[in-house]
Write a protein that binds this ligand. Structure first.
Ligand SMILES: NC(=O)c1ccc[n+]([C@@H]2O[C@H](COP(=O)([O-])OP(=O)(O)OC[C@H]3O[C@@H](n4cnc5c(N)ncnc54)[C@H](OP(=O)(O)O)[C@@H]3O)[C@@H](O)[C@H]2O)c1
Length: 313
């Protein structure tokens, strides 16, 4: 059975703002689309406006808290589009979903393959690993319950930001790794399209994994593309993995979690672990035609102010 009654957590966040519009675009194929708003979390005029906009397009606004099964009741699927600071709450959210009778869960993954190299033990993925362990445990106890891992390498729009060592405003980059090392990138809108396709693909097992690729691009290609689009020469330096590990150690000492996560990601990147191994599931959904790196960055930099604001830069 296809998954057609969907509740999205974090619908006004970075990925949520791509996913909900794609669900709206295909709403004729869905019975119910809900956008969850946690009333215990800070509200803002911007968030209210996005939610109002969803309502006018047929999305149900579901109010409650992550610990309250009443709000999740009646939905078949919960898709968590939660930011990195919220990922540790996912096991409890899964329990809420189960108590509400939800039968399928998409955890906030949307990134690298956790089973590649030593990713499983890397700090950056700690909360995703805890979530995976919890899903496995509850699925073993609950035969009616299943889950989907959606893996896409990296979102193209999020790749050139200071958190990952790249500064679009100063045209400088400090990369851990070597120029020829490749990154797996997928445009966020294409990720949203693929995700909606997976919902309509009936699950046949309790656990399933989809991997989608936009393209594998070397740092050399990444910076020559930026130089072409921005019309300026970039200053790129390459650092060793050891240096990133040392930065991570210092961040742990000073208690700076954001710096620790950034350094942990640089180590992952510098050791080639953001490269998504195949086979890819793109072939199952030929109706989605992933756009190129150059296309995505050209489009997003046409309105730099909007892009910088979306990324909080
Ligand atoms: N591979 C990549 O390149 C890449 C890039 C970006 C994101 N991602 C992945 O995509 C997923 C979503 O990321 P995102 O950038 O869309 O996240 P985000 O915009 O930072 O946050 C999404 C939503 O999470 C909720 N949230 C944030 N902090 C919270 C907290 N401390 N406690 C409770 N809820 C909180 C908020 O929803 P409410 O305000 O409604 O509560 C927020 O709108 C994550 O799994 C992330 O790892 C991957």
């Amino acid at each position: 059975m296809a998954l057609t009654s969907i509740l999205v957590l974090g619908p006004t966040g970075g990925f949520g703002q791509f996913l909900v519009p794609e669900l709206i675009r295909r709403k004729a194929e869905f019975q119910r689309i809900g956008a969850f708003t946690d009333t215990t979390r800070p509200q803002s005029a911007e968030k209210t406006k996005i939610l109002q906009d969803y309502t006018t397009q047929g999305v149900e606004i579901v109010e409650g808290s992550y610990g309250d099964p009443a709000a999740f009741r009646g939905f078949q699927v919960v898709i968590a589009c939660l930011g990195n600071h919220a990922l540790k709450t996912q096991p409890a959210i899964i329990d809420t979903a189960l108590a509400a009778g939800v039968t399928h869960f998409y955890p906030s993954e949307f990134g690298a393959d956790l089973t590649v190299g030593d990713n499983w033990n890397e700090r950056y993925y700690r909360d995703k690993v805890l979530t995976r362990n919890h899903l496995k445990t509850v699925a073993a106890e609950t035969p009616r319950f299943g889950y989907t891992y959606f893996i896409n390498g990296r979102f193209t729009e999020w790749a050139p930001i200071p958190h990952f060592g790249i500064n679009l405003k100063t045209h400088t980059a400090h990369i851990v790794g070597r120029p020829e090392m490749e990154q797996s990138l997928l445009a966020t809108n294409d990720a949203a399209k693929y995700l909606v396709c997976t919902l309509l693909d009936p699950p046949t097992e309790q656990e399933r994994t989809y991997r989608f690729l936009g393209g594998n691009y070397s740092w050399t290609t990444i910076f020559s593309t930026l130089e072409k689009i921005q019309g300026v020469k970039w200053n790129v330096t390459y650092k060793s993995v050891e240096e990133a590990r040392e930065n991570q150690r210092k961040a742990i000492e000073s208690g700076d979690v954001d710096a620790e996560l950034a350094a942990s990601h640089q180590v992952i990147q510098g050791t080639g672990r953001t490269l998504l191994p195949g086979p890819y599931d793109n072939v199952k959904f030929p109706e989605v035609k992933p756009v190129t790196l150059e296309y995505v960055w050209t489009e997003m930099l046409k309105d730099e102010a909007r892009y910088f604001s979306l990324m909080g830069l």
